[in-house]
Design a binder for this molecule. Sequence first.
Ligand SMILES: [Zn+2]
Length: 151
Amino acid sequence: MYYPAATREDHDPFDVLRIAPTFLQLLGFIHWSTYRCPHCSDVFRTDYWSDSIRLGRGERTCRHCANVFDDGTREWPQLVKRQKRKYFVPTFIVAAGVSLFLAILCVPVILLGDRAYRVAGIVLLVVPLLWWSMRFVWVFLSIRRYNADSR
Ligand SMILES: [Zn+2]
């Protein structure tokens, strides 16, 4: 069934600071997108990571006007290979991976350092593993939902 697509607004208030010669350039990376109901313009989601992949049926009932619209979510079997890869390896995970790599370079410090460094190293390893585990659960639920809707 066809539903009108949600509208998206990109907010980039510090864009001009990207050419600033100081640490203020970092503010240039702060941006977000708001998604609105196409019928009444009620905001239903704010996303701080551009173009993130979300799993779902692709239809949402507006909590404000009760009309149905396409919220941009798709079920796992509907995603192309690039989207599936991005679902598990989004931009912030790449950034976290680079950070983890830099942290691994500090392993000698962790091994030879005190208890706080060891705890920080364990947290850096466990948090991504828990996050990916939850992603696998959501993919499983998405496939199950898709198959149930296809019948
Ligand atoms: Zn609405």
